[in-house]
Design a protein around this ligand. Structure first.
Ligand code: ADP
Ligand code: MG
Length: 407
């Protein structure tokens, strides 16, 4: 068998696992006469790569076309905090900055160097795939290299870890782990929703760190006052610092597409960039996926946006609205009638009527209701209530915008 080039190898990794590709891109790949040597920054990475290659590229490994070694210890951070959970592939230098994310970027950079110096807590929010997690890790990486103790976790992982600590009677250690840091980076805080015990624990840790000027950074998919089922005292703590939204403007989107193409060794000609631009929305993760697909498949005649039928759109709206408010989609079609469920159901029905061609009867049926009077009632309720309730009006408008892009 012949050799392999760096690009061919990466393309094959991408076919096996898209996530793995992004990890591999961070390693140094030396290419020489059809052979590739992968240099990993740490032993942990080395073991992971070996295992991955053995599972998917056994032949090449055995033939010596591929080999792996550790780059050497001089690149390791001097005193890594054992449980920082940081990924080194996210840095400030590979973050494309533009109008939609400049403030978030600048403040994160500042905070990484001078924690607790005013922007505390820092709350980042924005749609999925706009770089919140990227920025949290970038801050963490700089902080670690400056010798700070950093912990990165998501609200879900934090919660699971707490439950496990309670179970194994190690809650004291759990608390002191989090209270001993200089930076606490909590991702996807919307998932604190409804987790009362976690919120109490988090509140205590938050206050402890805050009083000591330790830096707290939170990221979520919505601003603090739109978090559902999160205690008011936490929401007001979150609002007490700086709240920054992340967006994606057109020009930055183009530059990101160019970067992602270059990273895969594709020339970012205007035609290719336009094409990727057309078939993607405001979501960098989606852009990465489409760029990858382009690398494998090239131009497709039609942009892959299958037209959804009205019933599919109704289902999509139900799911989206349910997950936004953190209720089960089945509850919307059930007889359940708590205040919250009723409200969420009204919003979903209202949006179905506004965004699809489905008839009132079809919508009623999708919500397991007999006739169209339910639909009319919901529409009336939302229209009337949102005149008085500005927050409701804002949420409905926001959901409408987001759904429009999806259906
Ligand atoms: P979020 O946490 O907001 O959902 P992520 O931080 O996970 O989004 O970003 C999704 C992907 O897009 C990641 O691979 C990230 O590196 C990339 N990405 C997001 N924003 C940018 C940017 N401005 N420049 C370069 N890459 C970006
Ligand atoms: Mg994220």
């Amino acid at each position: 068998m012949g050799g392999v080039s760096r690009e061919e190898f990466l393309a094959q990794v991408g076919k096996v696992d898209r996530f793995a590709l992004s990890v591999f891109r961070n390693f140094e790949l030396l290419e020489s006469q059809g052979r590739i040597v992968i240099l990993t920054p740490s032993e942990e990475d080395l073991l992971w790569v070996r295992e991955f290659l053995e599972a998917h590229f056994k032949g090449m490994l055995e033939e010596g076309v591929l080999s792996v070694s550790e780059r050497g210890s001089e690149t390791k951070p001097s005193t890594p905090f054992p449980s920082s959970n940081l990924s080194r592939r996210y840095s400030f230098s590979n973050f494309v900055v533009g109008d939609g994310n400049r403030i978030a970027y600048e403040i994160c950079k500042h905070v990484a160097e001078s924690p607790g110096s005013g922007y505390n807590p820092l709350f980042l929010y924005g749609n999925v795939g706009l770089g919140k997690t990227h920025l949290l890790h970038a801050v963490g990486n700089v902080a670690v290299s400056n010798g700070f103790k950093v912990v990165y976790t998501s609200a879900n992982d934090f919660s699971e870890e707490m439950v496990e600590a309670l179970r194994s009677k190690s809650i004291v250690q759990f608390r002191s782990k989090y209270k001993g840091v200089d930076f606490i980076l909590i991702d996807d805080v919307q998932f604190l929703s409804g987790k009362d015990r976690t919120q109490i624990e988090f509140f205590n840790i938050f206050n402890f760190l805050y009083l000591r000027n330790k830096q707290i950074i939170l990221a979520g998919d919505r601003p603090p006052d739109e978090l559902s089922d999160v205690s008011d005292r936490l929401v007001s703590r979150f609002e007490g610092g700086l709240v920054v939204e992340l967006g994606l403007d057109e020009e930055t989107k183009r530059r990101i597409i160019e970067l992602k193409l270059k990273e895969l060794g594709i020339e970012p000609t205007a035609r290719v960039v336009d094409y990727i631009y057309e078939i993607t929305g405001s979501n960098v993760r989606d852009i990465e996926g489409k760029v990858m697909k382009f690398k494998i498949e090239g131009f497709k005649l039609k942009p892959p946006t299958p037209k959804r039928s009205a019933p599919n759109k109704v289902e999509l709206i139900k799911k989206y609205v349910a997950s936004y408010f953190n209720v089960e989609v089945e509850e919307l079609s059930s007889r359940k009638s708590s205040r919250k469920i009723n409200r969420v159901r009204h919003i979903a029905i209202y949006l179905c009527r506004e965004l699809t061609d489905a008839s009132m009867t079809e919508i009623a049926r999708a919500f397991n209701r007999k006739d169209h009077s339910t639909v009319i009632n919901s529409i009336k309720r939302i229209m009337e209530d949102s005149k008085k309730d500005r927050k409701l009006a804002r949420i409905v408008a926001m959901l409408r915008d987001k759904l429009r892009k999806r259906i």
